[in-house]
Design a protein around this ligand. Structure first.
Ligand code: ZN
Length: 249
């Protein structure tokens, strides 16, 4: 396996499929540009109406392959009941210190699903504690070095952001890959002819898939692209070179 310390991007989501639904395009874009991406799912989605944890793990690994990510891991927190406790903080601090990512993508603080908000809060607390030497964690028997990053970007999901997005990523050239990765979760989303006898959910309706297209198209339109994903940055964004940031679309 490639060396997975000092990776480019860590994506933290509450449930398997959050990463693909919200930032599948950005992930595909990063990996196409040679960036290393690791996905972290906090729960196995065992409270989900459709499918089961074993099936969702297979689907999650298939989706990760489609997007070209280096590794996908699961933190085994309790779906539907993510607690802000020492055990869960330890898990996320340990992950941050293990991969030492340059940027982190995660849920915003204002979201419909309580687990999404819980993960945001847990992550914020963990990121701060990850910089504290006296919060000691070990991985594979070794004490981990402290680590923090300021580049934390929140992705858009069920709710509108409480303010205008800070930036958008043009995903037009990888939108098909994003949809393929989402369809890998065929027990959860609408894929004609698959799991049609499972109980209906909003996620599994054809309309939900249309919403995904519509939102990406709307965000794309705002920046003169076909499809885009929107982000909020937690800390002010600074750039050391304006050439790429301001001159390229
Ligand atoms: Zn979720």
């Amino acid at each position: 396996m490639e060396n997975l310390t000092n990776i480019d991007c860590l994506v933290i989501g509450a449930h398997p499929d959050d990463a693909e639904l919200c930032v599948g395009g950005t992930i595909a874009k990063l990996t196409k540009e040679g960036r290393s991406v690791v996905l972290v799912d906090c729960t196995r989605g065992e409270m989900g109406t459709r499918g089961n944890p074993e099936l969702r793990e297979i689907e999650a690994q298939n989706a990760a392959k489609i997007l070209g990510v280096a590794l996908r891991i699961n933190l085994d927190m309790k779906d539907g009941f993510i607690e802000h406790n020492y055990e869960n903080l330890y898990k996320i601090v340990s992950v941050i210190r293990r991969f030492r990512p340059k940027i982190i993508l995660t849920h915003p603080w204002f979201e419909r699903h309580p687990d999404h908000e819980a993960v945001h809060k847990l992550f914020r607390d963990s990121l701060f504690k990850s910089g504290l030497k006296k919060f000691e964690t070990t991985f594979e028997g070794k004490i981990q070095e402290v680590y923090r990053t300021r580049r934390i970007y929140c992705y858009n999901q069920a709710y509108q952001f409480p303010k205008l997005p800070d930036f958008f990523v043009d995903i037009s050239d990888v939108h098909d890959l994003k949809i393929d990765a989402i369809k890998a979760f065929s027990s959860q989303v609408f894929v004609p002819g698959q799991y049609e006898n499972e109980p209906p959910t909003r996620l599994a309706s054809p309309e939900f898939m249309e919403e995904l297209y519509a939102r990406a198209r709307y965000f794309g339109g705002l920046i003169g692209a076909k499809y885009a994903e929107a982000f909020l940055t937690l800390e002010p964004l600074g750039v050391s070179s304006v050439s790429k940031f301001l001159f390229e679309k």
